[in-house]
Ligand binder design. Sequence first.
Ligand code: ZN
Ligand code: ZN
Length: 84
Amino acid sequence: MERTCPLCNGFINDSPPCPTCQGNMENQGRLVDFMGDYIAYLDYEGTKLIDHDPDSLESHTCVHLFYCPECEATNNVSVKEMIR
Ligand SMILES: [Zn+2]
Ligand SMILES: [Zn+2]
């Protein structure tokens, strides 16, 4: 039994509305991958985001980072993984 994130695999292309301007947010990929690249540049408030969803392994969710090009807001969204 294998669990896979539908968003990582392109099965769905959902993006939540921006909480600030209701515009379309862009999927920036998995939060952990994003943080891996940029963690060196983040301050303490930023690094706290890594613990945003400490249960992600147990609950089988994949946390994605979304970015709004309109107002530059970011949003973390937990995507439930599928069993295939
Ligand atoms: Zn994913
Ligand atoms: Zn926005």
